[in-house]
Unconditional design. Structure first.
Length: 148
């Protein structure tokens, strides 16, 4: 086989349709656009997004997106009843121990203890933030709260 014997597979290469090049071409006269009307004209037709006179989608959507506070702090939440289940009396509750027990997913996310449930064990809580009811339950059980 020589280079001059190579040719593309049948049907893989087709010539482009050249419209509007005279009636002898088969695509002359109206150039495949049909007869008359808006779509047969140069620049004719409706634009993208036109919905037949109905108010278009981009005009039905709200114009402004609202507000998101850039300084908002998202806390990982841990309830008092979770501490009751996971810790024994006298333990220290901190970010490292919560991470090791699989309660929180990241050591860098700040943690807040909330007051859902009961606490009977004396715990030392060293966390970023504690709610009022949670602090009251921890101190009522004999524990201490140390905000770091």
């Amino acid at each position: 086989m020589q280079l001059n014997d190579l040719f593309p597979a049948p049907g893989s290469r087709t010539n482009r349709k050249r419209v509007g090049r005279g009636n002898g071409s088969g695509h002359g006269s109206t150039a495949g656009r049909g007869d008359k009307g808006q779509n047969s004209r140069a620049g004719g037709g409706k634009g993208p997004g036109f919905e037949g006179g109905q108010n278009p989608l981009h005009m039905r959507m709200p114009k402004l997106g609202g507000f998101k506070n850039r300084n908002r702090v998202e806390y990982a939440v841990v309830n008092v009843n979770r501490l009751e289940d996971l810790y024994s009396a006298g333990d220290i509750v901190d970010v490292d121990s919560l991470f090791d027990k699989g309660v929180i997913k990241s050591k860098t996310t700040p943690v807040k203890v909330l007051g859902d449930g009961e606490l009977t064990k004396k715990l030392t809580v060293k966390i970023d933030k504690v709610s009022g009811p949670a602090r009251a339950k921890i101190e009522a059980a004999g524990g201490t709260v140390d905000l770091s």
